[in-house]
Design a binder for this molecule. Structure first.
Ligand code: IPE
Ligand code: IPE
Ligand code: MG
Length: 251
């Protein structure tokens, strides 16, 4: 580990996305119910959010609950929903004070009333904050997001607000939950799994992927630094022959 982090000249990713995976296995290794792993996983978040803000990352998007996670046992889904409310209730003052701007991405109409209201309150309260953009993916699925965007654009066309030929990448991006955010530069997934699991398919078009073996409850600032060091070492070419100097380590 380098003494000084970030190393001199390193170009910080503007947008980091994290698939927080492995809570269940963490609990299982200790002979505990899966819900304990999720509870421990929430504790992992604080230093991660703190570090991202400190390093000047513009946006951090974390996968909290997928559209497919409803297929888990009822008590596990209930535990996760309970933790979401608990997280906001306990952390909102501190996040607000740090200037964090919270956005929920995902289908909030499909989550229980209490979770929806809590999430909406957190978004409204922090909407004008100018610090780290913290996007929490809740009942999020990338396929659902893209289908929704297609429908929104089709509706605008049928109302005469736009023409099909006006649909370009900008228009589609504006119809996604991530409207206005830069594309994902770095995607981190914990627990050794190497797949996207329906997360940010469009936004990760040119993301660098870093898979770390640690289970999410064991993810620390040091593991985060290691993932970033791997990212700094990548040559991002975007289809060109040479690495793009704007996003690659200088000096
Ligand atoms: C990630 O941990 C948290 C959520 C999906 C909500 P998992 O619950 O998927 O943990 P593993 O993958 O079963 O170990
Ligand atoms: C992805 O993890 C979803 C979240 C981290 C919230 P999963 O554990 O649900 O993904 P799969 O099922 O292993 O692909
Ligand atoms: Mg998992």
């Amino acid at each position: 580990m380098s003494e000084v982090f970030p190393p001199k000249g390193a170009a910080m990713p503007r947008h980091v996305a994290i698939i927080m995976d492995g809570n269940g296995r963490w609990a299982k290794q200790r002979g505990l119910p899966r819900a304990y792993g999720h509870r421990q996983g929430v504790l992992t978040l604080e230093p991660v959010i703190e570090a991202a803000g400190e390093w000047g990352v513009e946006a951090l998007t974390i996968f909290a609950f997928s559209t497919e996670n409803w297929a888990r046992p009822r008590d596990e889904v209930a535990a996760l929903m309970g933790l979401i409310v608990e997280f906001f209730n306990k952390k909102i003052d501190e996040l607000d004070k740090k200037g964090v701007c919270i956005r929920i991405i995902g289908d909030l109409d499909g989550v229980p009333e209490l979770q929806r209201r809590t999430a909406e309150t957190a978004m409204a309260r922090t909407a004008c904050n100018t610090g780290l953009k913290l996007n929490i993916a809740l009942n999020y699925g990338s396929r659902q997001e893209i289908v929704r965007a297609a429908r929104l654009l089709a509706e605008m066309c049928s109302r005469g607000q736009m023409r099909p030929e006006d649909i370009d990448e900008n228009a589609l991006e504006d119809a996604l939950y991530t409207r206005g955010l830069p594309p994902v530069d770095l995607l981190i997934r914990t627990s050794g799994e190497e797949r996207l699991s329906n997360f940010l398919l469009y936004q990760c078009a040119y993301a660098e992927f870093v898979f770390v073996p640690e289970l999410w409850p064991d993810f620390t600032r040091e593991v985060f630094e290691r993932a970033l060091l791997a990212y700094f070492g990548r040559a991002r070419r975007f289809g060109r022959v040479e690495a793009d100097a704007r996003v690659t380590k200088k000096g």
